[in-house]
Design a protein. Structure first.
Length: 344
C-alpha cells in the first residue's frame, strides 16, 4: 500500500472559530481545524470560541518546554549504580556536547535520575526546536547510552527507553519534571456573557468544577488531572495537525480553575504535558501542511516559535471546548438533549 493511499478516507474535519487570542504567544483571530467523528464537538467548541471573541480573548502562557527520553543501565549493585550516576553527572558538559552533535536543534536542558536496586534510570531532557522531538531525543539518548557503556564497561544495557520518560502513559513525573509544552490558557468572562451565551453563572461554574472535576475526579483516582474532556479537543486537534495522537494520554492530564470574581468568571485550563510540533507532523500529508499554514504555524520565525504558537492555539481550543461542556452541564438536560439533536 502506498503512503498516498493511507489518506483516501480522511476523518471528518471542520474549521472552528475564529478564536481570539491576546498576548505574546498567540495574538488575534485564529480559526482551527478539528478532525473527529464526534460531531457535537464542532458546535460546542465553536460556542466557546464565540465567548472568546466577546470576552476580549484568551491569554496563553508558556511556562516550560522540553522533550524527554530515559535510558536504563544495569550495574552490579545499587552502590555501583549511584557511583555510575555521579560519574555521569560530573560529565554533564560532555553529555551536552554529545547531544548537540546528533541534531541541529537538540540541546540538553537537564539530566534527572532514579535508582531502583541495581538499575540506573537517566531522564534526558532536551529542547527540540519546532519538532515535538520524540525521534530527535531518542537518537540523542542512544548516543549518550553508547558513550556511558563505553566509558563505564562495568555497566550493562537495560533499555533505550526505560519508562522514566514517560511516553504515552499516565504518570506523575511528567507534570513534575515536564514533557512537551507546559501551557496555560485563561480567560475572564463577564457575567452578562455567561448568562447570554452559555446560560450559566459564575457560582454554578465554580460549584460544578469543584464537585465534578475535583471531587469526582479524586473519587475516581484521577492522576494529576481535574477536567471534563480535555482529551476530546486534543485528539481532534492532534489528528487535524498531524500530531502523534497517542500523546493525548499524558496531554489530557490537566486541570481547570474557576474563580468567581463578582462581575466575571475567571476560567483557566492548565496543560503541563502538551506534546506538539510544527515540523515532522503528518509525515508529508498535504492536508496537514495546509492546516498548519492557515494557522500561521509554518511562517519564517525563530526555531521553536512555530511549535510554541501551535501549542498556544491548541490550549485555546481545549479551553473553548471545556468551557462549553461544563456550562452545558450546569443546566439539567442540556447535555443529553443537544447530543441527541446533533448526532441523530
Amino acid at each position: 500500500m502506498s503512503a498516498r493511499s493511507t489518506y483516501n478516507t480522511p476523518i471528518p474535519t471542520q474549521w472552528v472559530g475564529p478564536l481570539v487570542f491576546k498576548g505574546d504567544l498567540v495574538e488575534g483571530e485564529v480559526s482551527v481545524p478539528l478532525a473527529t467523528f464526534e460531531s457535537p464537538l464542532w458546535p460546542s467548541t465553536a460556542r466557546g470560541a464565540g465567548v472568546s471573541r466577546h470576552a476580549g480573548g484568551i491569554q496563553v502562557t508558556l511556562v516550560d518546554e522540553r522533550m524527554t527520553r530515559s535510558i536504563a543501565v544495569r550495574a552490579k549493585s545499587a552502590a555501583a549504580a549511584y557511583a555510575a550516576w555521579q560519574r555521569i553527572e560530573a560529565q554533564t558538559e560532555t553529555v551536552a556536547d554529545l547531544i548537540a552533535g546528533t541534531s541541529r536543534f537538540a540541546r540538553l536542558i537537564k539530566l534527572n535520575r532514579q535508582i531502583a536496586g541495581n538499575l540506573l534510570f537517566i531522564r534526558i531532557e532536551c529542547a527540540t526546536g519546532d519538532a515535538s522531538g520524540h525521534n530527535m531525543v531518542t537518537k540523542a539518548a542512544e548516543a549518550v547510552l553508547d558513550w556511558i557503556l563505553a566509558d563505564q564497561p562495568d555497566l550493562d544495557y537495560s533499555s533505550i527507553s526505560g519508562n522514566f520518560c514517560i511516553d504515552k502513559k499516565a504518570s506523575a513525573v511528567n507534570g513534575l519534571l515536564g514533557r512537551g509544552k507546559y501551557v496555560i490558557a485563561e480567560m475572564d468572562i463577564p457575567v452578562r456573557l455567561l448568562k447570554r451565551m452559555l446560560r450559566t453563572t459564575p457560582e454554578q461554574m465554580v460549584l460544578l468544577n469543584h464537585e465534578k472535576n475535583y471531587l469526582g475526579g479524586n473519587l475516581a483516582g484521577s492522576l494529576r488531572s481535574a477536567n471534563a474532556h480535555f482529551a476530546n479537543m486534543l485528539l481532534a486537534f492532534y489528528l487535524a495537525t498531524g500530531q502523534d495522537a497517542a500523546n493525548i494520554i499524558e496531554g489530557s492530564q490537566g486541570t481547570v480553575q474557576c474563580e468567581d470574581r463578582g462581575d466575571s468568571l475567571y476560567f483557566a485550563c492548565t496543560l503541563p504535558n502538551l506534546i506538539v510540533g510544527s515540523v515532522g507532523s503528518g509525515k508529508g500529508n498535504p492536508q496537514v501542511e495546509e492546516h498548519l499554514e492557515k494557522m500561521g504555524c509554518k511562517d519564517e520565525r525563530n526555531p521553536g516559535d512555530n511549535a510554541r504558537r501551535l501549542a498556544g492555539i491548541c490550549a485555546g481550543v481545549v479551553l473553548c471546548g471545556e468551557l462549553s461542556l461544563l456550562a452545558a452541564q450546569t443546566n439539567p438536560g442540556e447535555l443529553v438533549r443537544t447530543h441527541m439533536e446533533m448526532e441523530r
